[in-house]
Design a protein. Structure first.
Length: 253
């Protein structure tokens, strides 16, 4: 579920929303931080979160900070989190519902930030509220829809959930309210969005796109076995847990 075995081409085809969001993150970072195009700098000035300006009527700043990041490391970390945990949820919810959840959680995080300190003039940005919204949906599954998520994946989600909270409260420069309200937003919208959801299966994607392939006479599941990455199959879960352990250590640095 959280170990990616798809090729790059398959990933883009199977998860277009996650792929598009990552592309937006990195493209905006490139245009703003590296190339510093005038239009990009204007997007940053007009789009960055600022509670005082929201109170003055800049309500779009409750949305636009979701797509902006403070440097390459920030954009890369959120994009990596999205690539790791977003695909399964995109398949389970479908494109429209995934977008709705992502935006709702991100906006909830920015609204929470505003409500906690409406007159503050500090700036904030990042997709962390939406990322925590994804965790909020998974947390709802763990508590109320166990049929959608297996025991091993439940362990991963709970470790990431605890780690995320630990990093939220222990590291400087973190927008705590965006994380907490984003988590609440994802958890709140999970019940209706998961109503018709089915457990994640990469084979559903492959079967779906195989039927759409005009060059294929029929779907032969054995041909995917030849293309699958045996290294990921064999060591994927260990790599994933290694990343989690690294993040745990990072939280204490």
């Amino acid at each position: 579920m959280f170990v990616r075995t798809e090729s790059f081409q398959e990933f883009i085809k199977f998860y277009p929303i996650v792929s598009g969001l990552v592309a937006i993150h990195l493209l905006l970072w490139l245009c703003i931080d590296v190339l510093q195009f005038p239009f990009a700098m204007q997007i940053l000035r007009e789009g960055i979160g600022n509670n005082y300006l929201v109170g003055q009527g800049d309500y779009w700043r409750l949305v636009t900070p979701i797509f902006l990041h403070g440097g390459f490391a920030h954009a890369l970390f959120n994009s990596f989190s999205l690539v790791l945990f977003g695909p399964a949820l995109e398949q389970m919810l479908g494109k429209a519902k995934f977008i709705l959840m992502y935006l709702t959680a991100g906006i909830a995080g920015n609204i929470g930030t505003y409500l906690m300190s409406p007159d503050a003039f500090y700036q904030h940005l990042g997709a962390s509220g939406s990322i925590f919204g994804i965790f909020g949906v998974y947390l709802f599954m763990v508590l109320y829809r166990k049929s959608l998520i297996g025991y091993a994946n439940t362990q991963i989600i709970m470790v990431i959930f605890v780690l995320g909270l630990l990093m939220t409260f222990s590291r400087p420069g973190i927008n705590i309210w965006a994380h907490l309200f984003g988590l609440i937003g994802g958890f709140a919208v999970a019940p209706p969005l998961l109503k018709k959801a089915r457990p994640f299966s990469v084979w559903q994607n492959r079967a779906k796109f195989a039927k759409q392939d005009q060059n294929d006479i029929g779907f032969n599941p054995n041909r995917w076995n030849k293309r699958s990455n045996s290294t990921w199959k064999k060591y994927g879960k260990y790599i994933l847990w290694g990343i989690i352990i690294f993040l745990v250590l990072l939280a204490f640095i």
